[in-house]
Ligand binder design. Structure first.
Ligand code: ASP
Ligand code: MG
Length: 439
């Protein structure tokens, strides 16, 4: 059994959705098809929710009507028989009636999650109506019946496995299962979600739970690329990455895959393949246990980083200093990305400054604290990179005119990270593309 996940743009137009139906019937292997909401829908639902939270019911009503119109047009183009269109109208009526009812009740966080869930519920139901119209045998599994997260928002893979196997067992004769990405049920039993872009995470959890042969992530580009195409002129797809390399890249900026989606696949050793619906025969990127090759494979950049330096003469020859520093971050549930130390100072970076003021206040009791905001982590990812001939030389040559604030290597041998001011990001990525990849 395999998992095939299609993102918002792959189901965002009726024609694209029809192509998804072709892709899932191209081979006989049984499969679980995980769908995102149609592109733009989750954003629209967030706007509706924001209007409601702000008490602006008129704005919310207009946004709901516009979204409904979009779906009315969508089903007219997706389906051709009167019977199927009538069924689709009932589906739309059900979900848009729900959205209209919420205009009358008071806003809450639980309601917000219910609103956000409508996108994936709609896309999967409409897709199944299309499959039905095409006589493609399938069954729709409700993600809310098996995808669960605990009170720390962590998916419970054991429970997911048990519940999902039962549902599949009950439909033993079926070869195509369709389900929603992104949405889940939380510890209180309420509707919840796996955060923005979470459909990839759903797919990987499902693939792990059913021990899938492969977890295919279908998007609109041909795999993970060696650099950011928005910043450099030429990029090339990467053929193969190890799970570790992919995790670094996904976390440090490559937008194509949700970073959390690596661990379930890695833990249960399910290969992940990133594929392109526009070019289904292109190889894409394989993410597996083996790295496939040595050397630098990609660079990625992550913006919005804050660097904090704590300088203290008390650190000199002392032990326990780092523990005290880390405890402050732990207390405010803020994770540290990069860290570098010298004998008298330690620098760390964080990508979340919600508790920055509180953290700084506590750190100031240890020594002098300096903060640099608006920084970017440029991450050079590959396999045995530092051992590869000339990489270090080329790397430092590429950034010779850039004020590098931190350098980190050695945490793993597949990542070298540099911290630079955000304003130098473009120059750094372009120069690295030239020097490291000859592009
Ligand atoms: N629809 C959700 C989002 O836009 C989840 C996803 O597409 O992965 O964030
Ligand atoms: Mg996505």
């Amino acid at each position: 059994m395999k998992v095939m996940k299609f993102g918002g743009t792959s189901v965002g137009k009726p024609q694209r959705m029809k192509e998804v139906a072709k892709l899932i019937t191209a081979d006989a292997e049984s499969k679980i098809v995980v769908l995102s909401a149609l592109s733009g829908t989750t954003n629209a639902l967030i706007e509706i929710s924001n209007s409601l939270a702000a008490g602006d019911r008129n704005a919310a009503k207009q946004q709901i009507d516009a979204l409904e119109q979009h779906y009315q047009n969508f089903v007219q183009e997706l389906l051709s028989t009167d019977a199927a269109i009538a069924k689709a109208k009932l589906v739309l009526a059900e979900h848009f009636e729900f959205l209209t009812i919420i205009l009358k009740i008071s806003f809450s966080e639980a309601l917000n999650k219910d609103i956000l869930a409508q996108g994936e519920l709609l896309s999967t139901k409409l897709f199944c109506l299309y499959l039905e119209e095409q006589n493609i045998d399938h069954v729709l599994l409700a993600a809310l019946d098996f995808m669960t997260i605990d009170s720390y928002d962590e998916p419970q893979i054991g429970t997911i496995k048990v519940k999902l196997s039962q549902l599949i067992q009950r439909n033993k004769d079926k070869a195509i299962f369709v389900t929603q990405g992104y949405i889940s049920r939380n510890a209180k039993g309420e509707v919840d979600n796996l955060k923005r872009g979470g459909s990839d995470y759903s797919a990987s959890l499902i693939a792990a739970a059913v021990n899938a042969s492969v977890c295919e992530i279908w998007t609109d580009i041909d795999g993970m690329h060696n650099n950011d195409p928005r910043v450099v002129d030429k990029t090339v797809p990467i053929e193969q990455l190890s799970f570790e390399e992919a995790a670094e890249l996904a976390y440090f900026g490559a937008k194509i895959l949700h970073p959390a989606s690596i661990w379930p696949a890695q833990f249960y050793n399910v290969p992940v393949r990133l594929l392109n619906t526009m070019q289904p025969t292109a190889k894409g990127t394989l993410i597996a246990e083996e790295a496939g090759s040595v050397g630098v494979k990609a660079v990625a950049a992550k913006d919005g980083i804050t660097a904090i330096k704590i300088k203290s003469s008390r650190m000199l020859l002392a032990y326990g200093f780092l523990r005290k520093v880390f405890e402050v971050f732990e207390k405010y549930r803020t994770s540290i990305d990069m860290i570098t130390t010298s004998e008298v100072a330690v620098s760390v970076t964080v990508d979340n400054d919600i508790y920055l003021a509180e953290i700084l206040k506590e750190l100031e009791t240890f020594g002098t604290v300096e903060v640099d905001t608006n920084q970017t982590i440029v991450s050079i990812v590959g396999n045995e990179i530092a051992e590869t001939k000339d990489v270090m030389l080329k790397l430092f040559e590429s950034v010779s005119s850039i004020p590098v604030r931190m350098v980190s290597y050695g945490g793993s041998n597949h990542n070298i990270s540099l911290l630079i001011p955000r304003s130098y990001k473009e120059a750094a990525l372009q120069s690295l593309n030239k020097v490291l990849f000859g592009l």
